[in-house]
Design a protein around this ligand. Structure first.
Ligand code: GLY
Ligand code: MN
Length: 456
C-alpha cells in the first residue's frame, strides 16, 4: 500500500534507477505558466511530465538536478508581493524537505551547475528558450534530442515505459474517476439538448474530485472528426454521441476512456451492427494482450476483425486477409489501435517516437499503419489504450480517387444504409501483467444493452 509517506521513497527509487542508467547529471525544468490574453491571466499550469516523474510534485518555475541519485532543487522563494494575490506559498526549504532534496538554491544559481548536464526540452517557449540559453545549445521541443540529451531521453523512456507501484496507485485513481465521469455523461444525455451539457456533466465529476481533464474532452455527435473539440451541436434522437474524456490526478497521471452511446437510449439496427463489430475488435484485442505480444499485431487483429465484420455486413467485398493487406479496413479505421498511457495521455510523445517505437523501428508509410503510435513488444507494467473505431470521414470516403480505386471492393450502396453511423470508438486502459492483462477501466460497461440501460 502506498501512502503519502512512502511515495517519496518510491520517487527517490526512480532517481536511483536513473543513476544506474546514466553517468552524467540530468537537469529537468518544470516549465512555467503561459499567458492567455494578457500576462496576469494564465492558462492552468501543468508541470513537465519528466520533471513530475522524478520530483513527484507539480512545482512551477523550478528545476531539479539529478546526479548519482541525489537531487538538487532550484526554485525562487515566493515574492513577498505575491502573497496578496496567491496567498502564502511554501518556502524553498519547505519544498526541498517535501521532495527530499539534498540541496536547494535560487534559480539564479542553476547556471553554475550545468557542466556536462543533459536535459529534455519543455514545451513552453520561455522555458525551452531558457534551457537553450543556459546550456548554450538548442533544446527544442519538436526535434529529436542529440548527444547526451538523447541518452537521457532513452534512459527516461526505459524507466517510464513500465509503471511502478506509486504510478499505478495514481493511474487507478484517474481511471476510477473517469469511469464515474462517463456514467454521469450517459445519465445526463436524456435531458441534455447540447453536447456541451453532457461534457459539463462529465467534467463536473472530474473537477469535483479535484482532478483536471488529461486532454481536451471530445463529446460530439460528429465522432467522425477524430479530435473534435466543439460542443455546440444539438443532440437529436437517432444521433450517436461519442465521448472521449479522461481525468488527470493532481500529480499528473492520466486516464483515457471513450464510449459511444445512442442519444435516444437505443441503438438503431445499423448502429448496433457496427457497435457490436467495434466491440468485437476491442474485446479480441484485449484477449490477446500479454507480455511478449507485439502491439502492432494487436492493431492487425483489430484490422482483421473489422474487415471480417464489414464483409459479413456486405460493406466490403473480398477476403478479409487480402482487404487488410490492401488497407481497406483503414478507410473506416484510419488510426492506430492505441498508445502508451501514463503521465501523458499519449505517454512521452514529446519525445516523438522514441518511447512508442522499439529502437530500429520506424513508422510505416502504409496508410493503415502510419498512425500506429506504439510498435513494441508488450512488457508487464506497460499501460496501453485499446481503442478501435469505425468512422465515416467524408474527406476519405467522398474522395473521388477513393471511390474510383475501390469501386468494387466497397459496396457503396450498402454503405449508404449505414448513414446514421458517423463515428464509433470504444476505448479502455489496459495494464500488461505477468499473466496477461488487467483492464483498469473495466467497471465501465461496454456491451450495447448495458450502455442502453445506463442511459435510460
Ligand atoms: N484521447 C485522445 C487520444 O487518444 O488521441
Ligand atoms: Mn486514446
Amino acid at each position: 500500500m502506498v501512502n503519502s509517506h512512502t511515495v517519496p521513497e518510491i520517487i527517490r527509487h526512480r532517481r536511483q534507477k536513473l543513476a544506474e542508467l546514466i553517468d552524467f547529471p540530468a537537469v529537468l525544468w518544470s516549465g512555467g505558466s503561459s499567458s492567455r490574453n494578457f500576462p496576469a491571466n494564465t492558462f492552468p499550469f501543468r508541470a513537465n511530465s519528466h520533471f513530475l516523474y522524478f520530483a513527484g510534485i507539480p512545482l512551477q518555475n523550478a528545476a531539479i538536478r539529478l546526479e548519482r541519485g541525489n537531487l538538487q532543487l532550484f526554485i525562487d522563494d515566493p515574492d513577498p508581493s505575491s502573497t496578496l494575490w496567491h496567498g502564502e506559498t511554501p518556502s524553498r526549504e519547505e519544498i526541498a524537505a517535501k521532495i527530499g532534496a539534498d540541496d536547494a538554491r535560487p534559480m539564479s544559481e542553476l547556471k553554475d551547475f550545468l557542466a556536462d548536464a543533459a536535459t529534455v526540452a519543455v514545451q513552453d517557449a520561455p522555458t525551452w528558450t531558457q534551457q537553450s540559453q543556459l546550456l548554450d545549445r538548442w533544446v527544442l521541443p519538436r526535434q529529436l534530442p542529440q548527444g547526451i540529451d538523447l541518452d537521457l531521453a532513452k534512459a527516461i523512456v526505459t524507466l517510464r515505459i513500465t509503471h511502478d507501484e506509486a504510478a499505478l496507485v495514481e493511474l487507478r485513481k484517474a481511471s476510477a474517476v473517469s469511469v464515474e465521469a462517463h456514467k454521469a455523461g450517459m445519465a445526463a444525455t436524456k435531458k441534455a439538448k447540447l453536447e456541451a451539457e453532457v461534457r459539463a456533466a462529465m467534467e463536473a465529476v472530474i473537477i469535483s474530485n479535484n482532478m483536471t481533464t488529461a486532454y481536451t474532452s471530445i463529446v460530439t455527435v460528429h465522432g467522425e472528426i477524430l479530435h473534435n473539440g466543439h460542443y455546440y451541436h444539438s443532440l437529436q434522437q437517432g444521433d450517436l454521441l461519442l465521448a472521449d474524456v479522461g481525468a488527470e490526478t493532481e500529480s499528473g497521471w492520466a486516464a483515457d476512456i471513450t464510449r459511444t452511446w445512442p442519444v435516444s437510449g437505443k441503438f438503431s439496427p445499423t448502429q448496433r451492427d457496427i457497435y457490436d463489430l467495434v466491440l468485437a475488435a476491442h474485446d479480441t484485442c484485449i484477449e490477446n494482450i500479454a507480455p511478449g505480444m507485439e502491439y502492432k499485431d494487436i492493431h492487425l487483429i483489430a484490422a482483421m476483425v473489422i474487415a471480417e465484420g464489414l464483409v459479413d455486413l456486405g460493406i466490403l467485398r473480398g477476403k478479409p486477409e487480402d482487404l487488410v493487406k490492401m488497407d481497406l479496413h483503414s478507410l473506416f479505421f484510419p488510426h492506430g489501435i492505441g498508445h502508451l498511457l501514463g503521465l501523458d495521455v499519449h505517454d512521452m510523445e514529446d519525445l516523438g517516437d522514441l518511447a512508442g517505437y522499439e529502437e530500429g523501428r520506424k513508422r510505416s508509410d502504409r496508410f493503415g499503419l502510419s498512425y500506429l503510435r506504439l510498435n513494441r513488444p508488450l512488457k508487464p507494467g506497460m499501460l496501453v489504450t485499446i481503442e478501435p473505431g469505425f468512422y465515416q470521414v467524408p474527406a476519405i470516403l467522398n474522395n473521388p480517387k477513393t471511390r474510383d480505386q475501390y469501386q468494387y471492393l466497397v459496396n457503396w450502396e450498402r454503405l449508404e444504409q449505414f448513414a446514421d453511423v458517423r463515428g464509433i470508438r470504444i476505448e479502455d486502459d489496459v495494464l500488461v501483467t505477468e499473466e496477461g492483462c488487467e483492464v483498469l477501466t473495466a467497471s465501465l460497461p461496454t456491451k450495447a444493452e448495458e450502455i442502453e440501460s445506463l442511459i435510460s
